[in-house]
Design a protein around this ligand. Structure first.
Ligand code: GLN
Length: 192
């Protein structure tokens, strides 16, 4: 089983490193055809407007819809979360709508552009404390009825899942904690 990391923009290299640490084969995906070689895909953080631009240029939208319809899991962090959400606010922008959440971009304001904070995750029934890094992070302001909240920072849902789609507003690839990547690998394993 190999997992792809969308390598158009943003911190894809750190996701690749986290997967490598778990002993998982990684493919840096730069063209839609490269999706054929992977069982799941991580869409990294970066700048969602730039990411959307590049995704359109390289014709990733229909390819990702097909990838999703075929049952292969997706994990979006930060900008990746914004791109996968059903609805994006402040400002409104196009998104793939593959998970029923609303996100507000850059929601933590100037004082707290980037911060590290403790949070709690429940992954496969296992409750664990986790250091979470937020960088100009979006906030999940609405979680649809079919969406499961897996982690919180204070009252905010920061890691949520609907079926084969996982999205988070923090960056686990920036810490040594591979719990979220491990969880995504199990989603990919289970989808086969
Ligand atoms: N603020 C960025 C955006 O709106 C996301 C930041 C990130 O991915 N770290 O696209």
């Amino acid at each position: 089983m190999k997992i792809g990391v969308l390598a158009l923009q943003g911190d894809f290299a750190l996701h690749a490193r986290a997967l490598a640490r778990l002993g998982v084969g990684v493919v840096e995906v730069r063209k839609p055809a490269e999706l054929n070689a992977v069982g799941g895909l991580i869409i990294p953080g970066g700048e969602s407007t730039t990411l959307l631009h590049l995704m359109q240029e390289w014709e990733f939208f229909p390819a990702l819809e097909k990838f999703h319809a075929g049952g292969r899991p997706l994990y979006g962090t930060c900008a990746g979360c914004i791109v996968l959400a059903r609805e994006v606010e402040r400002p409104r922008q196009f998104s793939l709508g593959l998970i029923d959440v609303t996100v507000e971009r850059n929601a933590y304001g100037r004082q707290r552009e980037s911060f590290e904070a403790p949070g709690v995750a429940t992954l496969d029934g296992e409750r664990t404390a986790m250091e979470m890094v937020f960088i100009r992070a979006p906030r999940i302001t609405r979680v649809g009825p079919g969406v499961e909240t897996l982690a919180r920072h204070g009252n905010d849902a920061v890691l949520v899942r609907q079926g084969t789609v996982l999205v988070g507003t923090f960056h686990p690839e920036l810490t040594e904690d591979t719990a979220v990547h491990g969880y995504f690998c199990r989603m990919v394993e289970a989808s086969r």
